[in-house]
Design a protein around this ligand. Structure first.
Ligand code: PHE
Length: 452
């Protein structure tokens, strides 16, 4: 049996763990993915279906990831290897590590954009237009490469600090700031002309638009946004103490992630319509809102510019600082998966492990920096197919190989009355039947649409 490496860490506090996991979940998926999906799919009806997907599929799978992680105290590959024999169990972990590395390669480039836009705004408002344009050019490979490397350096630095001194400390500082900035920005946008039209689009449901396609996009979005299917939360769970209530923590993380996605929509969709009243085009000829990249990196900066002066400067910079922080707390968790794998399985020290994986990821990111069309290709393979596939294998493994009774026994630590009430029964039904069937349907539909 593998011995526990000294570089394996532990969370310091219960809240620290919840914030770190929420930090992983809250990312670009919430702040630019969710609002555009809502806008594309008819507003409030999408929100409702999204909430159901998070609670009915996301939450049970998250509990499963935390339980497997804490029970085995291993990275995803070691965890599944410890719980089952044969080729299937480690494959789930290996798939997770691959998805982690590959998602990170393009996520880093987008994170680099959010970071460079802080300077784009700063230089615009201080009158240095040429510099502002350089920082705002998404196609500029050299600039993309520089910011990707900077972002990776920041991520590696935090990972090097270890679990409690690095990840926990960084996320504990960033998450409250992120929520505060978001709320202040929403408050201000609500006072601007045009915002009420956006609010209407965001909050009034149009159920005629609900079809199976919409349900499946909501489920895919929930998976990505909750960081499920690749073992990121399994890895975070492996640093948990036995006295923490996993079911309660997972519920907090899910609710926090949904709430921040909701708040992000409350900012972005009204802001789009504010931009429209300022004469900025927000929709294509087909009547659909622009894609998320255009919205975030064209329309919103234009809106900040239309605000002008001090407000434009402050809000412009604050928005991209917010996005960068959200991205950073997610890149940390994406990198932690392969790093923990190398620490556990190859007995390499944390700093060296993060340097090795960081360099490999950055090499691929550099290629993407110069060929940004690759982002879509990678996202389709690893977000839309990779994560549901991982989640499907994970729930099948838990329900039919490791067995829910064993998982429930793990959940009993820190939640002694797990058996009072119907928890084991209800969670069992979800993880055995509802989650695998729904995830498989999403996967099949996605593959079908890709092929035909
Ligand atoms: N949940 C993150 C987001 O919303 C992305 C992510 C996916 C992070 C998978 C870790 C694992 O942006």
């Amino acid at each position: 049996m593998l011995s526990e490496h000294k570089d394996r860490g532990r969370w310091n506090t219960k809240l620290g763990f919840v914030l770190a996991a929420a930090g992983s979940a809250v990312g670009l998926g919430n702040i630019w993915g969710f609002p555009t999906q809502v806008a594309d799919n008819g507003g409030a009806s999408f929100i409702l279906i999204y909430i159901i997907c998070c609670l009915a599929v996301g939450l049970p799978v998250m509990i499963a990831e935390f339980a497997i992680g804490r029970h085995t105290r291993r990275n995803p590959v070691g965890a599944f290897k410890k719980l089952g024999n044969g080729w299937f169990p480690p494959l789930i972990g290996i798939w997770g590590v691959i998805c982690g590395v590959m998602i990170l390669t393009f996520y880093m480039v987008i994170a680099g954009w959010t970071f460079s836009y802080i300077f784009e705004e700063l230089f615009y408002f201080t009158g240095l237009t040429a510099l502002s344009e350089w920082f705002g050019d998404l196609q500029n490979g050299v600039k993309n490469a520089i910011f990707t490397i900077l972002f990776m350096t920041g991520t590696v630095a935090i990972i090097n600090g270890g679990v409690s001194n690095g990840i926990e400390r960084a996320t504990k500082t960033m998450m409250p700031i992120l929520i505060l900035v978001l709320i202040i920005m929403i408050g201000y946008v609500m006072t601007l002309e045009g915002s009420s039209e956006g609010l209407k689009m965001y909050l009034l449901p149009d159920f005629s638009l609900v079809d199976t396609g919409l349900v499946f996009s909501a489920l895919g979005q929930a998976f990505f946004s909750l960081s499920l299917g690749m073992g990121a939360l399994l890895t975070y769970g492996s640093y948990l103490k036995r006295n923490q209530n996993i079911v309660e923590s997972a519920t907090y993380v899910t609710v926090a992630d949904m709430s921040i996605a909701f708040l992000a929509g409350l900012l972005i969709i009204p802001a789009m319509f504010v931009a429209q009243s300022a004469g900025i085009t927000i929709m294509g000829e087909d009547g659909r809102l622009f894609s998320s990249a255009t919205l975030v990196f064209d329309v919103l900066p234009d809106m900040f510019k239309a605000m002008g002066g001090m407000f434009g400067l402050i809000f412009g910079m604050a928005f991209f600082i917010l996005l960068s922080m959200a991205a950073l707390t997610s890149t940390i968790s994406l990198l932690e998966v392969p790093v923990s794998y190398i620490i556990d399985e190859h007995k390499i020290a944390r700093k060296k492990a993060s340097l090795i994986v960081g360099s490999i990821v950055v090499t691929v990111s550099l290629v993407i920096s110069f060929n940004i069309d690759l982002i879509d290709v990678f996202a389709t393979i690893f977000n839309n197919v990779g994560l549901p596939l991982g989640g499907l294998m994970l729930s099948i493994f838990l329900a039919y190989f490791w067995k829910t009774e064993n998982a429930v026994a793990e959940l009993r630590h820190g939640y002694s009355d797990v058996d009072n009430g119907k928890f084991p029964l209800i969670w069992g039904v979800f993880i055995k039947y509802i989650c695998p069937v729904l995830i498989a349907l999403v996967l099949i539909t996605t593959l079908y649409n890709l092929i035909f």
